[in-house]
Design a protein around this ligand. Structure first.
Ligand SMILES: Cc1cc2nc3c(=O)[nH]c(=O)nc-3n(C[C@H](O)[C@H](O)[C@H](O)COP(=O)(O)OP(=O)(O)OC[C@H]3O[C@@H](n4cnc5c(N)ncnc54)[C@H](O)[C@@H]3O)c2cc1C
Length: 457
């Protein structure tokens, strides 16, 4: 017979994990019946739709995320890396950043570890940047500013062209929103660099499919294409990337594009910690669940968000979007409670309300229910929606202040180079010349820091 509270262990502090924990707290308020634990790599959750503005400096990066602790009352939060999930032993091994690995036993396990950027599609993707985490957004902004600084003093026209060229691989929603925000950012930046003409900036968006943003109606995708083209983006569809080398993108027809910024936005695959589990999975590696979000063939394992394949009433999987993960959380919490109390479980049913994309500079595009919207209205609706989706009033206030300041003043070009600052730390090196060396390697150091603290690729 079981003694002590029932242990519910949630892995992943993104939309799925945090919303599940919050709703479990509501259902088990003040009850000692359960012990809820949430493990996540970072002590904040990322409001991904706001990452683009964090990447361009419109938003202070910290304001695009929300600290997890203040959002939870009775849940034990552990900031740690999930290292191993042992389903047979009902045990999860976690490794805190500066401590010993620890084992956490569970009675109910919630898999909410999200996804990672798909880096398997194009050989050489390791030479490209990804855009999924807060670290990615901070890194991209620093990287672009650094390239502008170098282009300003570059006398060789070929090298200068490569510094000012961005190649974005992918044409889905994330790619298009990223292109919208980065083009505006670069145009604004060029005003501060006397030797850079905005016409020297080259931006190629390469999409293998016949059109961009398949998630939206054709005419809306056309609108997005025209908007980006007016900003100088070459939107190239039916263009598959053959391979990537450092500073070079190769296409199958022999064309090569020299670019110091190569960005991958080729979609998301499930977290490898989840796709390697001995559970039933779809062909992408997402955990196949019942409509109740219970993993097939298991009574105590649940999955939601980007790492789960949850069937809708017609049997098709729901899309991997924040708007779904936010709604899956409360239903999953209800079903865990029902399972504990021996009550019937309910399926997750949700009808999408539409899709919106911000294109930067007061422009957006999308559909809400049957209504298609474009331009300023779509941009305004997008901003308002995500502002109110951000939990906690103080976060929302900070965002509104950032937006107001961005309307009144030019982009800030301060390059916050944490890697370089760190090189002065005595623990790293006291050797003469260490600064110079480190300066040379600082981007790599920043990236190494970043990749160790973000999703594995
Ligand atoms: C740039 C961008 C913009 C987007 N814009 C939109 C949008 O406008 N609208 C929309 O609906 N959707 C959008 N999405 C998709 C949306 O972000 C995802 O569908 C959503 O985040 C999925 O939620 P999740 O909880 O499953 O995963 P996530 O939010 O990714 O959370 C997973 C969590 O698990 C943690 N984690 C992962 N591995 C480990 C580990 N080994 N150990 C410990 N912790 C770990 C991560 O740090 C993270 O906190 C966007 C995605 C991106 C990348």
């Amino acid at each position: 017979m079981m003694s002590g509270p029932i242990r519910i262990l949630i892995l992943g502090g993104g939309f799925g994990g945090v919303y599940t924990a919050r709703h479990l707290e509501e259902l088990f308020a003040e009850s000692s019946e359960v012990q809820i634990t949430l493990v996540s790599r970072d002590n904040y959750f990322v409001m991904t739709p706001l990452l683009f503005e964090a990447g361009s400096g419109i938003l202070e990066p910290r304001h695009a995320v929300n600290p997890i602790r203040p959002l939870l009352k009775m849940t034990q939060f552990i900031e740690a890396e999930v290292v191993e999930i042992d389903i047979a032993r009902k045990m999860v091994t976690v490794g805190p950043p500066h401590g010993q690995a620890d084992e956490l036993p569970y009675d109910h396990l919630v898999l909410a570890l999200g996804g990672v950027t798909n880096t398997k599609l194009v050989p050489g993707t390791e030479h490209a940047l990804t855009f999924k985490t807060l670290g990615d957004a901070i890194y991209l902004r620093n990287h672009i500013i650094q390239l502008f600084e170098r282009a300003q003093i570059e006398s060789d026209p070929v090298r200068k062209a490569s510094l000012l060229t961005i190649v974005l691989v992918g044409g889905g929603l994330v790619a298009v929103e990223l292109a919208g925000e980065v083009t505006v950012f670069m145009t604004n930046l060029s005003r501060l660099y006397s030797k850079i003409d905005p016409r020297e900036i080259r931006f190629d968006l390469l999409e293998a499919a016949p059109r961009i943003i398949p998630e939206m109606d054709e005419d809306l995708a056309q609108y997005a294409t025209h908007t980006l083209e007016k900003r100088g983006v070459r939107v190239r569809v039916n263009t598959r990337v053959d391979r990537i080398e450092p500073g070079m993108v190769h296409l199958p027809d022999g064309e090569s594009i020299p670019a110091q910024t190569i960005l991958m936005a080729t979609g998301v695959i499930p977290n490898p910690r989840v796709s390697s589990l001995p559970l039933e999975k779809d062909k992408k590696g997402r955990v196949l669940t019942e409509p109740t979000m219970r993993a097939k063939g298991h009574t105590n394992i649940w999955a939601l968000g980007d790492c789960a394949s949850i069937p809708d009433p017609s049997g098709h999987p729901y899309p991997t979007l924040a708007q779904h993960a936010i709604r899956e959380g409360p239903q999953l919490a209800k079903n865990i409670s029902a399972a504990i109390h021996g009550q019937p479980l309910e399926p997750f049913v949700y009808q999408t309300k539409g899709t919106l994309a911000a294109l930067g500079h007061f422009k957006g595009v999308g559909r809400i229910y049957k209504f298609k919207i474009r331009g300023f209205l779509a941009w305004w609706v997008w901003r308002t929606y995500y502002l109110f989706r951000m939990p906690r009033f103080d976060r929302r206030l900070r965002i509104v202040l950032d937006w107001t300041v961005a309307l009144l003043f030019r982009n800030d070009i301060v390059q916050l180079d944490i890697g370089r600052e760190n090189t002065r730390h005595p623990a790293r090196s006291d050797k003469p010349g260490a600064d110079g060396d480190a300066e040379h390697h600082d981007s790599a150091a920043t990236r190494a820091d970043r990749s160790s603290s973000t999703a594995p690729h």
